[in-house]
Design a protein around this ligand. Structure first.
Ligand code: ADP
Length: 346
């Protein structure tokens, strides 16, 4: 343990200053705190004392776990002390490495949270401030078209229409980006949320479109969960909205489901729409990623599913899709149960 031969050890007392005993925090370990004198003085065993001991030959430090057990004679006096030493240097090195790793992880998490917050602030300010100049471009283009209608030829009017169309698209993008950056700002409002009520609002929101398309939307009895109600509404609005939008010639059939598991709820939204090539099942959750360009039938900005992912992850859950092109899609997401929470119907 001390890397000394018997000869080298001979004559070196336990309390010799060259051992330079230290505590785990690096402070000096006084001779009086050594387990042996304590066991002698108190006549009681001293267990699991950790001491750092200097090795005079190798000039390194060994960490020892020390136990001292006093043996008493008939009169109750200490006759001898049995002292055991275990070398825990390897254990301490691993522990120190783990502590270091944990601390650097904490620093990285803090840096990440700060830069995320800064990015979110930037997105919010940029999108907010862009709205006004954009509104000016759109309205002055309309004004130009109206006021100079007689002087403008067909091509000039067409160009103005393109410009107005572009401005409208940017406006839609900005509004969606604003929605995206706002998702994390209401994280404090978590509480018992009746998912039946959330879905009632979704049905109300899409009542016109459901009627126009003849869609069937099947919703079972749903649980109350620990969540942010506004975000749950936004999540289902996006998923049901997509299920209606990405339909083919068939009448849309949308089925909501929920399975209660040990520590989470598994929700799903299935449709019989155009489906997604499994190759793109991860890509579609990335901001601005779409599988259609904008002159196709399906309009959009590619922000909806990125919002869904952000909402689910804010609730510590995960979201994914299982789909087959031409056959329909099922979007799944989990919401963990909060600890100490009862899930009776509200
Ligand atoms: P957007 O609908 O504005 O394009 P989303 O982020 O909501 O943006 O969706 C990203 C892409 O995922 C869509 O462009 C579409 O290709 C695909 N997608 C989403 N939902 C469905 C669905 N229910 N069925 C088929 N494709 C879908």
């Amino acid at each position: 343990m001390l890397c000394l031969t018997e000869d080298e050890l001979y004559g070196r007392s336990s309390f010799h200053p060259e051992w330079n005993f230290i505590h785990e925090d690096g402070s000096q370990f006084p001779a009086s705190a050594h387990p042996v004198p304590i066991a002698i003085n108190t006549k009681r065993p001293v267990a699991n004392v950790i001491m750092g001991v200097y090795r005079p030959i190798t000039k390194g430090r060994v960490w020892l776990l020390v136990n001292a057990e006093p043996l008493l004679d008939d009169k109750g006096e200490v006759k001898e002390v049995i002292c055991s030493f275990s070398d825990i240097t390897k254990h301490k090195t691993v522990e120190e490495k783990l502590t270091w790793l944990y601390q650097s992880l904490e620093i990285k998490a803090f840096e990440l949270a700060t830069s995320n917050a800064e990015l979110e602030r930037f997105a919010y300010v940029a999108t907010h401030d862009l709205q006004e100049p954009l509104r000016l471009v759109g309205s002055f283009m309309q004004l130009l078209k109206k006021k100079y209608a007689k002087q403008l030829d067909e091509q000039a009017t067409e160009y103005i229409d393109y410009a107005v169309d572009g401005a409208n698209r940017i406006k839609k993008l900005i509004l969606d980006l604003l929605e995206f950056s706002k998702v994390s700002s209401n994280r404090e409002e978590f509480g018992p949320t009746d998912m039946n009520r959330v879905l009632q609002d979704v049905v109300r929101e899409f009542s016109g479109e459901l009627k126009d398309t003849g869609a069937e939307l099947v919703i079972p009895e749903l649980p109350a969960i620990h969540a942010n109600a506004a975000l749950m509404l936004q999540l289902f609005e996006n998923l049901v909205g997509n299920a209606l939008k990405y339909r083919d010639d068939r009448k849309p059939f949308i089925q909501i489901n929920c399975k209660e598991k040990d520590d989470e709820f598994l929700f799903s939204v299935s449709d019989n729409g155009i489906g997604i090539d499994p190759e793109y099942s991860d890509k579609i959750f990335i901001l601005f990623q779409r599988l259609h360009n904008n002159n196709e039938t399906y309009d959009g900005t590619g922000v909806g599913l990125a919002i869904c992912k952000k909402i689910v992850e804010l609730h510590q859950g995960t979201i994914w899709v299982i789909s087959e092109k031409g056959k329909g899609s099922t979007f799944y997401f989990t919401i963990p149960k909060a600890q100490n929470q009862t899930y009776e119907k509200i």
